[in-house]
Ligand binder design. Structure first.
Ligand SMILES: [Zn+2]
Length: 263
C-alpha cells in the first residue's frame, strides 16, 4: 500500500506562496501528502485560506484565526469580522479548526490585547466545538495551565519545544502536538518526539518558514518535506516508516474529524 502523509500546519495563505500554489500542491501530491491545513494569521489570510479550500477541495482544509503576531495592529473591526467569518462558515466541512492563535512572549508589551484576542478565539472554539491550533512561544506552560478552564475537546500545540516538563501534562490532558522539519536535526525537538506517544503526534511544515539546517538547507518549504519528517520520527521511535505514516494519518482524521481521500 502506498504511504500517505499530512501537513497539519502550513501557511498556504501566506503571500510568499501566492505565485506558486499550483506548484506547491503538485509537489505535495507527488510526495503523497494528501491533506494540508492552511493556517491563517488575520482576516485577509482567513479569507484566502477558505478560497484555497474551494480551489483544492478535499486536499486543502482551513484553520481560521488571528495569530498573536498580528494582534498589535489589529482593529476591533477586524477581530469582529474574523469571528463572524468563523461563525458563518462553521458548517463548511473544509473549515476544520481555529488557528493559528495563541500567546507569544516576545510581544509581552501587548500582553493584555493578546490575551483578549486569544480568549475570544478560545470561546468561539468552545461554542462551535472546533479544534484549536496554538502558537505558544515562551508561553506553553501558561497556556497549558489556562486551557482546562475552557471546555475544549481538541487542542493542538504547534511546534512544541519547551519546557519539556509541561509535555506530560499536555499529553495527559489529551492535547496533540505537531512537529516539523526540526525533527530531522534539533535535539530538543527529537527529545519531545521521543517522549510523546505517537498517538498524540501530527506532522507539519509551518511553511513558508524556512529551515536552514540539513537536509533542508534554506530551500523553499513545501509539504514535500513531510516524508522526511515522518522518516525522522520513525527513526527516533525505532519504528517502520509505514506504520508511523499510517498512525499520523489516523491521528489527523481523529483530531480534525475528517475522512481523507487518496489524491
Ligand atoms: Zn504557523
Amino acid at each position: 500500500m502506498q504511504m500517505k502523509f499530512v501537513d497539519a500546519h502550513i501557511h498556504l495563505s501566506d503571500k510568499e506562496y501566492s505565485g506558486c500554489i499550483e506548484e506547491i500542491i503538485a509537489e505535495a501530491k507527488d510526495s503523497n501528502v494528501v491533506a494540508l491545513v492552511s493556517n491563517s494569521m488575520d482576516l485577509e489570510t482567513s479569507i484566502r485560506s477558505l478560497r484555497l479550500t474551494e480551489q483544492y477541495p478535499r486536499m486543502v482544509y482551513a484553520a481560521l484565526g488571528i495569530h498573536p503576531w498580528n494582534v498589535g495592529a489589529l482593529a476591533e473591526e477586524e477581530l469582529q469580522q474574523v469571528m463572524e467569518l468563523i461563525s458563518e462558515k462553521r458548517e463548511n466541512d473544509a473549515l476544520i479548526a481555529i488557528g493559528e492563535i495563541g500567546l507569544d512572549h516576545k510581544y509581552a508589551k501587548i500582553w493584555d490585547k493578546q490575551m483578549m484576542v486569544f480568549n475570544e478565539m478560545l470561546h468561539l472554539a468552545e461554542r462551535f466545538d472546533l479544534p484549536v491550533i496554538i502558537h505558544s512561544r515562551g508561553t506553553t506552560a501558561k497556556i497549558v495551565e489556562m486551557l482546562p478552564s475552557y471546555n475544549l475537546k481538541r487542542v493542538l500545540l504547534h511546534w512544541f519545544s519547551n519546557p519539556i516538563s509541561v509535555l506530560s501534562k499536555a499529553v495527559e490532558n489529551g492535547y496533540y502536538i505537531t512537529e516539523g522539519p526540526p525533527t530531522a536535526y534539533s535535539n530538543g525537538i527529537r527529545e519531545v518526539v521521543r517522549r510523546i506517544p505517537l498517538t498524540s503526534l501530527l506532522t507539519e511544515t509551518d511553511g513558508p518558514v524556512r529551515f536552514f539546517k540539513q537536509p533542508f538547507n534554506g530551500k523553499r518549504t513545501t509539504p514535500a518535506f513531510i516524508p522526511t519528517v515522518v522518516k525522522s520520527i520513525a527513526e527516533i521511535k525505532s519504528m517502520e516508516v509505514a506504520s508511523v505514516a499510517e498512525q499520523i494519518v489516523k491521528n489527523f482524521e481523529e483530531f480534525f474529524r475528517v475522512r481523507l481521500h487518496p489524491s
